[in-house]
Design a protein around this ligand. Structure first.
Ligand code: DCP
Length: 570
């Protein structure tokens, strides 16, 4: 459920920065011969050439879409370069993308508080830097890049630079203009130092910044002044607001007939509270008015670590031995990332969660599905294997009991098949000073027995650990040290500084309309979704994938597209 936070009492300037066709850019930096050529990244499996998960803008011009399989993409664009996501220990290895994202975060964090929201998205609070700039004469500071900003609701008679520098601007608009200048400069710095382009939304809160960052892509930025919020939200479908994409959005549509965010304006806060509870009601009332008090969290490090693997079709795991074999593989990768986090960031994780996709062979799975299970995390590969095996067996038992209701139990217990398995370590905290190494701490503890839900002794020692939780779809980031300092100059070295980011993209305008065309159903298979990979994706992609797969499974509901999400409503 969304949290209704008090609206901020002060003016804030928040940016949402989103890297353009991210995995493709990473691959093009690794293989410069691919620059400027149609390129897509695929998560390979043998079915129709694997799934396209990132499509470069040159390839989009040729009609390649993320919904396509590699074979279909090649058919519409024979010159397409397909690059496969790296694989390590037979699993998709996202480290190069994670590390590339960290480089970007390191640059962005020079200008303000930085929250890594997913593998390629960052929120930036540039309020303080904007205030410092606000006393200066902006007419000398608006760079060429800043002057290409798109301003939602910009009066026709005004140019962008004029809007930035107009003397009668409100304090709010003036700070927004200052923020936009800072964001344009830091985007240029990102390009110069990492070779990646990014797009950004700049607004007075996180919700509006996120809504606007994708309105003009690639390599552009969009501003949302307060005066433009009402008309922006008036026609915006409710599903475009992250937390309204799911059940709550459906309820609003079914119960109140609400289709756009603006439609919510007709309901009083009391009415919304009556129907959806005090917290959600207030949140909805605020959202209808573009009010959002969420703070940018100071977080450049991941909230969790995951390691997962999918086993599609004939590769499904059908015996406990094979599951345990893979749990060991996953535990080894997870332990490596935990060790890295401990040595680089002095942080330890406290909760282990196992997630699996399972079905009974030869028939559709009935709800409830295989449930995710958690318990206190003990460090060490053997302990992780022991604990995750225990959790897996419990879930499998529950799953089979449910599936066998009214049927022959033995038939069920012998025909389960696991198509996805992942381990997540979460509840990550700084290790308190003067505490023994965590490995020693956990290593000396008695082995876990019985129901982890009753691990009262462990919970006393780690009070923040919940008894048993559903898998949280944490979005991960990566390890980036940041001192939070703001240097005098954030500009890149002059020799590498392009005048405008858009210079890099030929005929940018002609690229945009094709985003609208992405209406075909994604050719993903449920069993291809690796939960550890999934957890690092932007939240709307997670939602979209869930929606798509739901549609494929249930043959009901109306698909939405990520492209529609970001089409400007102005
Ligand atoms: N990704 C993935 N599987 C998906 C969707 C995305 O693994 N089903 C990965 C590849 C993308 C990255 O996440 O490069 C970021 O996703 P975005 O939605 O931000 O899309 P892109 O960055 O690729 O393109 P855009 O420029 O449209 O943001």
């Amino acid at each position: 459920m969304p949290l209704a936070r008090r609206p901020a009492s002060r003016i804030r300037v928040i940016a949402h920065v989103d890297l353009d066709c991210f995995y493709v850019q990473v691959e093009q930096r690794r293989q410069p011969q691919l620059r400027g050529k149609p390129t897509a990244v695929i998560q390979y499996n043998s079915w129709k050439g694997g799934a396209c998960i990132a499509v470069g803008y040159e390839a989009r011009k040729c009609g390649v879409k993320r919904s396509m399989r590699g074979d279909a993409a090649k058919a519409v664009c024979p010159d397409l370069n397909l690059v496969q996501v790296p694989v390590l220990h037979e699993k998709a290895d996202l480290s190069i993308y994670r590390d590339a994202g960290s480089e970007v975060v390191a640059v962005l964090s020079r200008v303000g508080k930085c929250e890594r929201a997913s593998i390629d998205e960052v929120y930036l609070d540039v309020t303080e830097a904007a205030k410092r700039l606000s006393s200066k004469d902006l007419s000398t500071l608006v760079s060429e890049e800043a002057s290409t900003s798109h301003i939602v609701g910009l009066p026709q008679e005004l140019g962008t630079k004029e809007w930035f520098c107009r003397p009668d601007a409100s304090r709010e608009d003036h700070l927004l203009a200052c923020g936009a200048i800072i964001v344009a400069d830091i985007r240029l710095a990102v390009l110069a130092e990492t070779e990646f382009t990014c797009s950004a939304g700049v607004a007075h809160n996180k919700m509006l910044a996120k809504l606007s960052s994708g309105m003009h892509k690639p390599a552009q930025q969009t501003l949302v002044p307060s005066s433009a919020v009402e008309s922006l939200l008036a026609t915006l479908p409710i599903s475009k607001i992250g937390k309204l994409g799911g059940k709550l959005g459906q309820e609003l549509e079914g119960e109140l007939g609400v289709k756009t965010v603006g439609d919510l304006l007709q309901f009083s806060e009391v009415k919304l509270q009556d129907m959806y509870g005090p917290n959600t009601g207030t949140w909805l009332w605020n959202t209808a008015r573009g009010i959002n008090g969420d703070e940018v969290q100071d977080r450049t490090l991941p909230k969790s670590h995951s390691s997962g693997k999918t086993f599609p079709g004939p590769r499904a795991l059908k015996t406990l031995e094979t599951v345990v074999y893979w749990l060991k593989e996953l535990a080894e990768t997870l332990q490596l990332r935990l060790d890295e986090d401990l040595s680089q960031n002095n942080r330890t994780a406290h909760l282990l969660t196992i997630h699996a996709s399972c079905h009974i062979e030869g028939r559709a799975t009935e709800a409830p599905k295989f449930s995710s299970k958690s318990r206190p995390l003990r460090y060490g590969v053997d302990k992780i294997v022991e604990d995750s095996r225990y959790l897996f067996e419990r879930s499998l038992h529950e799953f089979c009991s449910h599936q066998s209701a009214g049927k022959e139990q033995s038939e069920i217990t012998s025909s389960w098949a696991v198509t996805g398995l992942s381990l997540t370590a979460s509840n990550i905290m700084a290790k308190p000073m003067g505490v023994n190494p965590i490995t020693q701490y956990f290593g000396t503890r008695p082995p876990v027995t019985g129901d982890p839900g009753n691990a009262s002794e462990q919970q006393q020692q780690c009070p923040s650990i919940s008894k048993e939780v559903r898998l949280e779809e944490d979005r991960a980031g990566a390890s980036v040290p940041t001192d939070g300092s703001i240097p005098e100059s954030i500009s890149p070295p002059p020799s590498r500084k392009p005048a405008k980011l858009t210079d890099l993209w030929q005929r940018k305008a002609s690229l945009q309309p094709e985003r609208k065309e992405e209406t075909v159903a994604w050719e993903y298979k449920q069993e291809e979704i690796d939960h550890s990979v999934f957890a690092e994706l932007p939240s709307e992609i997670q939602q979209e994938l869930q929606g798509r797969l739901g549609v494929q499974r249930n043959k009901r509901g109306k698909p939405t597209t990520i492209a529609d999400f970001f089409i400007s409503k102005t």
